[in-house]
Design a protein around this ligand. Structure first.
Ligand SMILES: [Zn+2]
Length: 438
């Protein structure tokens, strides 16, 4: 038996549902977080969050309804990157901009008598951020600071000013700080939801407790061995491309713009911002969008990428992210001693980061065609995406530096020991064949 519960239900209906649950006449309730408040039922066995809550504080309080009798119980947090949007909406609604508070206060003071909630919405309709939720917050803020008071009349809230001549003087910084903290908390729970570490210890650390031997969360279950397993070279290629993209984009962009750039999407804003001309545009076009999105989320979870704490949620690379990128690229640098005399190879001048500009303009087109055909064959043979077999940049560097030894091959972007083992022989032969014929 099940039922549902939310704050919009009549009091007696809510009461009935609550009693039925406490008395075990029903055993499943689908509810908003309004339900948790009055519930002190020790044997709740399963709490499922369909959306990410606004903070770890809320989450632990809500999930903490499970297993109060110390018996084994489960908590499940379902999360999708779009959950952030809903929470952003709430944060913005609960923290109206100062300009809206000022405007609404002026209107309330100008009005004759008191103003209803609906009336206030009409008075403020020229303000972009005005909606029922944000104006309710405005009313509460004015009340809290002694500028207005509220009454309930026939089920509707009415607001009236306490002194129409009193100029508004609420400390702006305090309001801004509150908003900032809300966004910081959101960023934290978002990291939790995507964490690739022990979930219990994430919470322990957040609340200032020391770590425990958990073995009881989904991460610990899936990773019997305590450390995160090394990702395969293909996986780390995708991750590297994402990190490199976020690092080299001319500005910080939100998750979906970055996703659009990587997958070569034709969104309007990508063309407007000229991002389709970015070298990273379409770098992962052969990977499914969901896979790329999951990888971006994982990188956020691991702290290699970070989303800003404001309403824009733009992505940037963290110190650890840069370290990871550099570490991985170190492997692929051309060994220093390797160069000039016997070899006619050109030496890459840029050790890390962007591709040398000379490569883009100077790579050999004939060899590039050969390499692309080879990559296509391999992709079909291994049922893998083209970019994961060898990235465009790798092919261009091969067609520019023309490596003829295995050492030199390891100096090419994107070729590590495993790629060298899989394709090295073939690639060297292709280069040599081309060199002979030219
Ligand atoms: Zn754990």
């Amino acid at each position: 038996m099940s039922n549902y519960y939310h704050a919009g239900l009549e009091d007696d209906v809510r009461h009935t549902v609550q009693e039925a649950f406490l008395g075990e006449k029903i055993n499943i309730v689908v509810a908003t977080n309004a339900f948790g408040m009055g519930i002190n039922k020790p044997n709740v066995r399963f709490v499922i969050h369909y959306n990410m809550p606004s903070s770890l504080e809320s989450y632990t309080q809500e999930a903490g309804r499970a297993g109060r009798d110390n018996e084994k119980s489960d908590c499940l947090l379902l999360f999708g990157p779009e959950d952030r949007g809903l929470q952003e909406y709430f944060i913005n609604g609960n923290n109206p901009p100062y300009s809206l508070i000022e405007y609404a206060y002026q209107e309330i003071c100008k009005a004759e008598g008191s103003v209803t909630e609906e009336g206030l919405l009409v008075l403020c309709k020229s303000q972009r951020e005005a909606n029922t939720m944000s104006l309710r917050s405005v009313a509460s803020i004015l009340q809290e600071h002694g500028y207005a008071d509220m009454e309930y009349e026939g089920g509707s809230r009415i607001i009236y000013p306490l002194d129409r001549r009193k100029p508004l003087d609420i400390p702006k910084e305090m309001l801004e700080q509150k908003r900032e903290i809300a966004f910081q908390k959101l960023a934290k729970i978002e990291r939790y939801a995507q964490s690739k570490k022990c979930l219990r210890n994430f919470i322990q650390t957040y609340f200032g407790f020391s770590e425990v031997a958990c073995n009881n969360c989904s991460f610990c279950f899936e990773n019997k061995a305590p450390q995160i397993s090394e990702s395969s070279e293909e996986e780390s290629d995708v991750r590297k491309i994402i990190l490199d993209c976020v690092r080299t984009l001319p500005k910080h962009y939100g998750l979906y713009t970055v996703l659009g750039v990587l997958t070569g999407a034709s969104y309007n804003n990508i063309f407007e911002k000229n991002l389709h001309r970015n070298p990273m545009y379409g770098a992962l076009s052969s990977s499914p969008k969901d896979t790329v999105l999951a990888e971006i989320s994982a990188l956020i979870g691991e702290g290699l990428l970070i989303r800003s704490n404001d309403q824009y949620g733009v992505l940037s690379i963290t110190k650890d992210g840069r370290k990871t990128l550099n570490q991985k690229q170190k492997k692929t640098l051309l060994p220093k001693k390797e160069t000039h005399d016997t070899n006619k190879e050109k030496k890459p001048v840029k050790k890390k980061g962007e591709m040398d500009e000379r490569v883009e303009t100077g790579y050999n087109k004939t060899l590039m065609d050969e390499l692309q055909t080879y990559r296509f064959r391999k992709a079909v043979e291994h049922k893998e995406y083209l970019q994961l077999i060898l990235s465009d940049r790798t092919l261009k560097e091969l067609a520019f530096y023309l490596p003829t030894t295995e050492d030199a091959l390891l100096g090419i972007y994107g070729i590590g020991p495993s790629k060298a083992q899989r394709f090295g022989q073939d690639l060297l032969e292709l280069v040599k064949k081309y060199a002979k014929s030219s």
